[in-house]
Ligand binder design. Structure first.
Ligand code: ADP
Ligand code: TRP
Length: 321
């Protein structure tokens, strides 16, 4: 079975990325032949500083490796090492109905929020994503909830292509873990790099403390009884603390006499201990930039070979070869 996913190097990886996507990426390495990539072509829609994009790509590669991505098992690469993707994007553009992309939530939200930077690239984002997926013929695509519609669009595009040119691309199954499908950020909205409401996996301790202490809570006092279901720091804690600890905090919140400050301190220490080993591995990896670059290069070669073969078939079918 082939498993594929990607993540944009558009900012620092946060615990929403981890719970919703990266953790599944790492654990699924034992279930099949995995392909994971850094979606740097996609990141160009928001990062407009070349040096910064390179840094962010390198850092995200280090983060994945520190969290347990095993390059001996998994093909790990940079999206841009497979330039065939841009050719397939054009071909898919010519058959993708405008209405299909106009219905994309990400595009509609950006428009509704009056985003200044409404580019053709942003509109076309799902088409490139369809190429990322269909190029390698995976069976499963593990992502967070916000990417579900993009995977559905991918299957629609595959269907259109197959209908016009004959069976070429196979539909994929989206894999979403329900209880972490949408992790809340410090302000209660979905945690996202673009909302400034993140808790970053590898932030230094003082930044992490600031992020955790900044989580929004209601104005109930220490002695008041609290509702754990509506308490963001508790919801986050439940993913990182032991079941016993979670149960005891839940009871204390319901009973009263346990304040949010104390709860946030507990969350901070859970995060630090949950990611302690990964933090150490990350420090070591940062000392070996060539090792990281070589892994990505090797992965890129393997991915590109598959893409080149697929493009031979596509070019023949559409009449370019
Ligand atoms: P961001 O919104 O922070 O820019 P990305 O779009 O780069 O995140 O998402 C990378 C992966 O992490 C995707 O699979 C996405 O669905 C998942 N993801 C992002 N934010 C969350 C969240 N708050 N909860 C669950 N999964 C998330
Ligand atoms: N759009 C995805 C995100 O923002 C990243 C991505 C690009 C992706 N291509 C992909 C995810 C292909 C899964 C499969 O997170």
């Amino acid at each position: 079975m082939r498993i594929l996913s990607g993540m944009q190097p558009s900012g620092k990886a946060h615990i929403g990325n981890y719970l919703g996507a990266m953790r599944q990426h790492i654990s699924m390495q034992n279930e099949g032949d995995c392909f994971y990539f850094l979606a740097n072509y996609h990141a160009l829609t928001t990062v407009r500083d070349g040096t910064r994009l390179k840094e962010l790509s390198f850092e995200l590669a280090v983060d994945y490796l520190a969290l347990g991505l095993n390059p001996n098992k998994t093909t790990f690469f940079l999206q841009s090492d497979v330039p065939e993707l841009t050719e397939l994007t054009w071909i898919f553009d010519t058959i993708s109905p405008l209405g299909l992309l106009e219905r994309a939530h990400a595009w509609k939200d950006a428009k509704a929020k009056g985003k200044k930077d409404m580019t053709v690239g942003l509109f076309n984002y799902p088409v490139l994503m369809a190429c990322d997926i269909l190029m390698y013929g995976p069976d499963k695509v593990p992502v967070g909830q916000d990417q579900k519609q993009h995977v559905e669009i991918t299957n629609d595009i595959a269907g259109h292509f197959n209908h016009i040119y004959g069976e070429t691309f196979k539909p994929v199954e989206v894999v979403i873990v329900e209880d972490v499908a949408v992790v809340q950020g410090t302000d209660g909205q979905k945690m996202s790099k673009s909302y400034g409401n993140t808790i970053d996996i590898f932030a230094d301790e003082s930044t992490l403390k600031k992020q955790v202490m900044g989580i929004k809570t209601d104005s109930l006092g220490i002695d008041d009884q609290k509702n754990p279901k509506e308490c963001i720091p508790f919801q986050l804690l439940s993913h990182f603390a032991s079941p016993d600890e979670v149960k005891s905090v839940e009871e204390k919140l319901i009973k009263g006499g346990f304040g949010y400050g104390e709860l946030k301190k507990q969350l901070l220490s859970s995060l630090l201990s949950y990611f302690a080993e990964a933090r150490e591995r990350r420090i070591e990896l940062l000392k070996k930039p060539d090792f990281i670059t070589d892994i990505l290069k090797e992965g890129g070669k393997k991915a590109r070979k598959i893409a080149q073969e697929k493009m031979e078939e596509v070019r023949k079918k559409v009449g370019l070869n």
